[in-house]
Design a protein around this ligand. Structure first.
Ligand SMILES: *Cc1c(COP(=O)(O)O)cnc(C)c1O
Length: 331
């Protein structure tokens, strides 16, 4: 199986913004785009993206999961980056059109079609370091993906970073390339120094998120995660898992979580921790590393509640459980 995100459908949906208006969307080749070397995005990082999935049900029908949330977040990211605004129905239709076109290629569960809307500033203007791009390109790429968990869910090792932040505080809610660039060196250093899989950013002791996923602590019947504020990315998976946890009668605590409390509660037998995100759904965390000190989370293995919540979400996505919250949209 090819690595996640390295196989693309040969076409994509694309719309251009210039002279104050959006072109109508078209289906074009996804082999390349043409950009001026002075394009705004290449110098001043005017870029944001989304990640959502389409699923195949047993009757062959194809369903998008919570597309409205991703489209709204893309509008928010575009606004926070001063990229041209667009109406939600425009991007929704682009997603639907391209997924319909490649409906036959949507893998069956546990695979899915990963959808990557992308918005970039294209104006050739290297003098615009402190001004927005006047033109942009919005496109929707498709990449069929398999099971992240093929070969078993090996619990992750996370290094706690209490000094540095993932990104600038006012950029946390933006799904933007610059934030991943800013988190890359800390992640590479954590891999080299303590063989961590990811860094859990906890600036000043405040447990936030990793480079590309939200963090959840599970202690018995309680699930604890940082309350929404502007400092981190509001995951659709996070919201879905919390909703399912409430449905299952769990107590959901959205509040501040300090590193001290995290380590104290994670040490209890039966404690679990997980990362949530569209790509990997819910991934168990087995070890937290503070400095050079390793702290096992509960048994250090994938916990039963993590697996139950993961299965509950997959069951809805795969059409095996009732879609009570209206999360699926048939294309
Ligand atoms: C995409 C992302 C998430 C997860 O969001 P989902 O909507 O659940 O996929 C969490 N944190 C960061 C930094 C992200 O980029």
């Amino acid at each position: 199986m090819a690595a996640f995100g390295t196989v693309f459908m040969p076409e994509m949906a694309m719309a251009r913004f210039s002279e104050g208006a959006w072109s109508s969307a078209e289906i074009v080749s996804s082999n390349n785009i043409s950009l001026h070397p002075g394009a705004h995005v290449l110098h001043y990082a005017s870029t944001c993206f989304e990640g959502l999935k389409a699923f195949r049900h047993e009757d062959g029908s194809i369903h998008l999961f919570r597309m409205d949330r991703n489209v709204a977040r893309m509008q928010q990211s575009s606004q926070l980056l001063s990229l041209p605004a667009f109406e939600a129905p425009m991007l929704e239709q682009m997603i639907i059109d391209i997924v319909r076109r490649f409906a036959a290629e949507v893998p069956a569960p546990p695979g899915s079609m990963y959808i990557r809307p992308t918005h970039i500033g294209t104006e050739a203007a290297i003098g615009k370091a402190a001004a927005p791009t006047a033109s942009s390109l919005l496109y929707v790429l498709l990449s069929p993906v398999g099971d992240y968990f093929a070969g078993g869910a090996k619990p992750l090792r996370l290094l706690l970073e209490e000094n540095g932040a993932r990104c600038a505080a006012h950029m946390g809610m933006v799904k933007s390339g610059g934030n991943y660039a800013s988190a890359l060196q800390p992640i590479l250093k954590a891999r080299a120094s303590v063989q961590a899989d990811q860094v859990l950013f906890c600036p000043g002791g405040d447990v936030q998120e990793t480079g590309a996923a939200n963090f959840l602590l599970i202690d018995g019947n309680e699930i604890i995660t940082k309350a929404l504020d502007t400092s981190f990315l509001h995951g659709v998976t996070r919201d879905s898992i919390l909703t399912l946890a409430r449905d299952l009668g769990m107590t959901v605590s959205e509040r501040e979580l300090t590193v001290e409390e995290l380590l104290e509660r994670a040490a209890k037998p039966g404690a679990e921790a997980a990362l949530s995100g569209t790509a990997a759904v819910l991934t168990p965390v087995g070890t937290l590393i503070r400095g050079t000190q390793e702290h096992q989370v509960g048994s250090g293995e994938a916990g039963p509640i993590t697996m139950k919540l993961r299965q509950a979400l997959n069951a809805i996505q795969w059409g095996k459980a009732e879609d009570k919250h209206g999360w699926l949209r048939k294309v």
